[in-house]
Design a protein around this ligand. Structure first.
Ligand SMILES: *Cc1c(COP(=O)(O)O)cnc(C)c1O
Length: 454
């Protein structure tokens, strides 16, 4: 293994350059601070996407709001805007402090993306946005709608018939397929979801009920994506949702940031030079956390610090950013198995687009063991009565890791943050879970119960 060549270098040489690799390869929990993290004003100059692109996405979602309200009645109380609450979790905060013997300075909030309408996960942001944009493009081109129309007409048979002449393909570990399948089928598209071996049966069953075609694989996420890409290339009427490279997905996620700013204002939380904001985002291929990080940076600039969370067995973005090889390397190249119960994060090769775009904007990445995810899942149920899936839990250990690890402490010191921590706001991004069937959620809790007693 030591002499195996990965991206033109032996593993031994990689380890010498990045000693943290020893722990990463041994699948132990690590906290990594990004040495290329830099000032926003310099970083943004190297990025082709801008605030205008995010605003454009926000406006598009507003145009679609009447359609969303029409076809998904549960969104009517928010006028067809799909958004999740952000809440204080004081009881869970106490529990975390007790479990890790660590005071968490500042306020601890949970962003409840599991409660997003339509598909119950963070994918209701990017995934739905890209399908809507595609639908709009097709309809505008055919002159059957203008940007000034009330988009609720897209719920009519005429539009369903029109969209049924087109198809959509996507590769997924489950939740992206769920989002694309639900919104795609609702509009009338033929949808093909290429599911990796990690995908849960209930997600596939739910989609089959909606006449979505599921193609199953024995292999992991990147393979499923590859097959989806090939299928779409061969068919001019098919649009491929490219989770690894899509700017539209990324911008759909980024819209979360402006809405979060309004939510924090309403709750009277300030983010400025003296009130830093820390955000902890579970990361799979990178699009979801990446888009949100980008949106947050555009708004809060150097006053927001974004940390990504990955399973110890799937640290793909960590390897990609640490070595700067991005999608040229996979966790498997380093002998890591990409076997995790956090199915939404079970990705072995990261998005190069996200890694390159956010190279100077991500503060750091930490890893979490699966067992800890179950334990925290159980405690979140017990303390706050909130149910999230294992992947969505990965953000929870973030504040402790930041405050307790040597690397985290160094980050706080070097960024002159220590004296501001009492006024800090920590947001754990809870990325999914409300659609998990109750019997499966009970199993997750039982597992957490069992593990917390050991
Ligand atoms: C997909 C997913 C993520 C991560 O998003 P990526 O875009 O793959 O990085 C996190 N949590 C849940 C529940 C997800 O489904």
């Amino acid at each position: 293994m030591e002499n195996k060549i990965v991206a033109d270098k032996t593993i031994k040489a990689w380890k010498k350059e990045h000693p943290l690799l020893n722990k990463i390869i041994a699948t132990r929990e690590v906290f990594w601070v990004n040495p290329n993290y830099g000032k926003f004003k310099d970083a943004i100059k190297k990025i082709s996407l801008s605030k205008k692109d995010v605003e454009d996405a926000q406006k598009r979602l507003k145009r679609f709001a009447p359609f969303i309200a029409e076809v998904f009645p549960e969104t009517r109380k928010k006028d067809g805007i799909i958004e999740s609450p952000v809440i204080l979790i004081p009881e869970m905060k106490k529990k975390i402090q007790e479990l890790f013997s660590q005071d968490i300075f500042g306020d601890l909030l949970l962003k409840c993306d599991g409660h997003l309408a339509v598909s119950g996960s963070i994918k209701a942001r990017g995934g739905i946005y890209e399908v809507l944009k595609h639908a709009e493009n097709l309809a505008v081109k055919k002159n059957i709608i203008t940007l000034k129309d009330n988009y609720s007409i897209m719920a009519t048979e005429k539009f369903k018939n029109f969209f049924s002449g087109y198809s959509i393909a996507v590769g997924s570990t489950g939740n992206l397929g769920l989002s694309i399948g639900i919104i795609g089928a609702q509009l009338g598209f033929k949808v093909y979801v290429h599911m990796s071996s990690d995908a849960k049966k209930w997600k596939k069953d739910l989609l089959r009920d909606k006449d979505v075609t599921i193609i199953e694989y024995d292999s992991d996420y990147n393979q499923a994506v590859e097959h989806g890409r090939k299928q779409a290339l061969a068919d001019p009427m098919m649009h491929f949702i490219d989770d690894e490279n899509s700017h539209d997905l990324f911008l759909g996620y980024a819209v979360a940031a402006c809405r979060l700013k309004n939510q924090l204002n309403k709750l009277s939380f300030t983010v400025d030079e003296n009130h830093p904001l820390f955000v902890y985002l579970p990361c799979g291929v990178g699009g979801g956390p990446g888009g949100i990080c980008f949106g947050l940076k555009l708004i809060f600039k150097d006053n927001v610090h974004c940390f990504f969370a990955e399973p110890t067995h799937s640290p793909c973005m960590l390897l990609g950013l640490m070595t700067l090889q991005h999608d040229k390397i996979s966790v498997q190249d380093f002998g890591i198995d990409n076997n995790t119960k956090a199915d939404g994060l079970a990705v072995g090769r990261p998005s190069a687009f996200v890694g390159k775009t956010l190279r100077n904007l991500i503060s750091g990445i930490y890893t979490v063991e699966d067992d800890l995810l179950y334990i925290l899942l159980k405690h979140l149920c017990d303390t706050e009565n909130i149910f999230m899936e294992p992947s969505a839990i990965a953000g929870i250990p973030g504040p402790v890791q930041l405050l307790q690890s040597a690397e985290g402490k160094k980050y706080l010191r070097e960024n002159d943050l220590n004296h501001k921590m009492k006024k800090a706001v920590h947001i754990i991004w809870g990325t999914g879970g409300s659609m998990v069937p109750p019997d499966i959620m009970d199993k997750y809790k039982e597992r957490g119960q069992y593990l917390s007693k050991r």
